[in-house]
Ligand binder design. Sequence first.
Ligand SMILES: [Fe+2]
Ligand SMILES: [Fe+2]
Length: 151
Amino acid sequence: MTTDEIIDLLTEAYIDELETVMNYRTNAIVLDGIHAEEVKESLEEDIQEELDHARILGERLKQLDESPPGSESFEANQHSLQPPEDTTDVQSVIEGVLEAEEAAIETYRSLVEAADDANDPVTEDVAVTILADEEAHRTEFRGFQKEFPMD
Ligand SMILES: [Fe+2]
Ligand SMILES: [Fe+2]
């Protein structure tokens, strides 16, 4: 059974995915330097996955007789993912990505719990599937965090 909490979490997650796409897209373009290439490549791959997450969440909302939101309900949250003033500051983007992935992981954990409580296994499955992707993204960027020197 659907609850308001499930609809709210699906909607919030949908918006967050699209904000993530915007900031990963921007940072994959702006970063410069020899340390940036691997991170940019990784961001390119993740953009496609985050976009796919938004699609899956939007389709689940539709199945629950709700609509995914348009841009007017958008509120920006990812302050640490704004493109760095110093375009060689790869570390700040890595930190921003880790923050975004942590936030996503928290949201999908809440969604798993809410869906379990409401006996909504389909939404739970959606949340678990996406959660696994976000944990993989986090692992990838934790690796970069170890590899790239702090300035
Ligand atoms: Fe995602
Ligand atoms: Fe992610």
